[in-house]
Design a binder for this molecule. Structure first.
Ligand SMILES: *Cc1c(COP(=O)(O)O)cnc(C)c1O
Length: 395
């Protein structure tokens, strides 16, 4: 990955080769005192920090610095840093799960690294070697493995982050960067959603638009959603159902991908999710849900509890008027959001144009379809069931 670059220093062109990201240069400084572990039942998503973090810096002359694992703590950055001004900030969300012998396991981590690379490229940050970063993340997980709560439904959330650190105010790509990886133990994202989460369909504000950046995990996609989210919460809704275009097409739910299960004419089930048209974040849980649904349809696997249930998979546009008509006809079986943090979250109702569409209520929140995916995904994530090479032990 060595890339030769030319920089002008004191008027003359200097050619140099910035160092690639190299996990073998890792320097580890362990914390002298470890924090007490929180009680699993009291965990709130993304609040507690583990003892250590991974930090690597890039500068256009030297390239990537020797990676460091060191005690968790503040970063020191120049106030002119690009990340505070023009927001070339990108991130990932992944989890380490405890396997059958207590070994930490990642779920499709190469897909997270590939998406992080695409995000980095989209905001013109310096590229990094994905395999080396994954090795470094695995080293950090090994060091922090005591933080993975040994309780079903719990895991260690991992937040790889890349920020632009060019210390100058000119509006330009950041030629300097910092990768850091922090971790937080977590339990179920939504506690007590027996009734399912309530959604407010919003089209006055849009999360993403054609030609925009909604298909990438960029920090700048999220802050503009905070005010609409606050307004929705004041009206009593848990999350926003982001709509787009004249037909109020569904894009996403909060920061989750959206699925709907509808009674099909042949007695089976239509499983519908909007297509990846650039306005939708290509979720790894979404891709996994679709792959598992197709494997179920082809007879390769049987989703738990769904033996004999025929699934027809549709990646297609879903307009609110169609959802309202399906709801009125009593054909909606379930709707749910999917993502790494929640895995599968049931939807209980959708507010749209002043009315509430009530979706069927299921004991425990998830209906049989959502539960089938939840059970299968968590079984694979924790290494209890093998599926392709999705679960990767950290050795
Ligand atoms: C991260 C994210 C998702 C879910 O992606 P996963 O890879 O499944 O965690 C969905 N939508 C948005 C907007 C996201 O940021």
């Amino acid at each position: 990955m060595a890339i030769e670059t030319t920089t002008t220093i004191n008027g003359s062109a200097v050619t140099h080769t910035p160092a690639p990201l190299d996990a073998s240069k890792l320097v580890i400084t362990l914390a002298t005192e470890l924090k007490p572990l929180p009680k699993p039942e009291s965990l709130v998503f993304g609040v507690e920090q583990t003892d250590h973090m991974l930090v690597v810096h890039y500068d256009p002359i030297e390239g990537w610095s020797a990676p460091e694992i060191k005690p968790y703590g503040p970063l020191s950055l120049d106030p002119m840093s690009s990340c505070f001004q023009y927001c070339p900030n990108v991130f990932e969300g992944m989890k380490a799960y405890a396997g059958p012998s207590g070994e930490p396991r990642l779920f499709r981590p190469k897909d997270n690294m590939a998406r992080l690379s695409r995000s980095v490229e989209r905001v013109a940050l310096p590229p990094f070697d994905m395999e080396q970063l994954l090795i470094l993340i695995q080293r950090l997980i090994k060091i922090e493995s005591r933080w993975i709560p040994d309780v079903p439904g719990h895991s260690l959330y991992i937040r790889p982050t890349v920020i632009g650190t060019r210390a100058a105010l000119g509006v330009a790509a950041s030629d300097s960067a910092c990768i850091y990886v922090i971790m937080s133990p977590c339990g179920p994202y939504f506690r007590g959603v027996a009734k399912g989460i309530s959604l407010l369909g919003v089209s006055e504000s849009v999360r993403a638009w054609p030609g925009g950046t909604g298909g990438h995990k960029l920090g700048l996609n999220y802050a503009p959603g905070f005010l609409p989210q606050r307004v929705a919460a004041k009206q009593g809704y848990d999350q926003i159902l982001w709509l787009l275009g004249d037909e109020d097409r569904v894009t996403e739910v909060g920061a989750m991908n959206f699925f709907m299960a509808v009674k099909a004419d042949d007695g089976g089930v239509d499983l519908i999710t909007p297509p990846l048209d650039g306005t939708i974040l290509p979720g790894i849980t979404r891709a996994s849900t679709l792959t598992l649904a197709r494997a179920h349809t082809s007879g390769q696997i049987v989703l738990p509890g769904l033996s004999g249930v025929k699934l027809h998979i549709h990646e297609r546009a879903l307009a609110m008027a169609e959802i309202a008509a399906l709801s009125d006809a009593g054909r909606i079986l379930e709707a749910f959001g999917v993502g790494t943090a929640v895995i599968v979250a049931p939807v209980g109702k959708i507010g749209w144009k002043g009315r509430d569409l009530q979706l069927p209520v299921h004991t425990g929140g998830l209906g049989p379809i959502g539960k089938g995916f939840w059970d299968m995904l968590t079984a694979v994530q924790t290494g209890r069931t093998e599926f392709e090479d999705w679960s990767v032990p950290c050795l």
